[in-house]
Design a protein around this ligand. Sequence first.
Ligand code: ATP
Ligand code: MG
Length: 407
Amino acid sequence: MPTLLPGSVDTAGQRATLGVLGGGQLGRMFVHAAQRLGYFTAVLEPDAKSPAGLVSHHHIQTAYDDLAGLAELARLCQAVTTEFENVPAQALQTLAQTRPVAPSAAVVGIAQNRIEEKAHFAACADVSGVTCAPYAVLETPADLQAVLDERADLLPGILKTARMGYDGKGQVRVKTTAELAAAWAELAGVACVLEKMLPLTAECSVLVARGWDGQVVSFAPQRNVHIDGILAVTHAYAGNMPSALAERARAAAVSIAQHLGYVGVLCVEFFVVEDGSEHGGLVVNEMAPRPHNSGHYTIDACDASQFDLQVHAMAGLPLPQPRQHSPAIMLNLLGDVWFGADGQRQEPDWLGVLRLPGTHLHLYGKEQARPGRKMGHLTITGPDVASVKTVARRAAELLGLPGLDSI
Ligand code: ATP
Ligand code: MG
């Protein structure tokens, strides 16, 4: 991959342009980071009013697998990335015939399928030092029967569709063999994994960026609080989790990225479980082949954000080791914030929130607020952890956010 210099113009007068498949909020923040460095941007996204399409120089409004749309993206851009792991891997493959694509279709394909993803985690467990939760693959009625007969140890468990799950969608919690059989039938017998329900004491994630040349940098692990399967709060500061555990998670994520030959930004999610040891055991949950919601705090609390590193990695620029300059807490803003206790639509108290010190409001430009829909996030930074927590609690109260007791 030749380096694509920021702000450059080629002999035909074409501006250095970076492309992204998908127009959601991750694409929007990628576009912001790329434009800050002087790149032009192109977004391929069917939705006319998508968060990223609204702010990009070019918006190609076609389906992700539309060949004419993909050809236009390749014509406009010198390198392409994705912001959405459910973009068809075939689309990335098509683009890769003529343009550098990072991450590659092959690794996105692995991350898109929980069965392949878990096989990858198992394949590098010796190097990464972590395994995933006990699980079984359900692809055929015979697989179901075998699990019903022989894997009572996986119950209570979570049945997860192998493909297209996010924010807890495509998941059913099952306690008994009867519930398992009913849940799989309800999911129309699509390929699934049944995962044992683990007693989690915490969850964390690690962001890694790796360049074409194999250079790797990473952020310290952030601790995440999920409510109803959706990320609610991210704690990003020294002491957010025991340091031995944090070091293990960071090293494991780096080795998982290296083992994949990954190029771009990768997020690896972990569970911390009670296992009788002093700090608990670390279990790898899943990975996202892109920047991640739990890394949004890096925009306001670090000298290089996860989106800056995504731009650097795909353009072949040096990857700076990011440094966090402020402790931070990130609060997700779901559509629920736009509705009062009576169910009536309301404008959230932004003025009250913005009056508080160290609040950084990010709204993604989505028109329709719906319960559970990610509309924006609020990052709170400050001089020390205690003051960040005080402001975060106050902001959560003003906005009526859940998860107050976790701050
Ligand atoms: P996303 O892509 O938004 O991270 P997802 O829909 O892919 O989420 P998972 O990360 O698999 O789903 O699960 C969502 C949440 O459900 C986890 O963060 C965790 O809180 C809980 N969960 C998932 N699997 C288990 C498990 N085996 N034991 C206990 N809790 C679990
Ligand atoms: Mg997850």
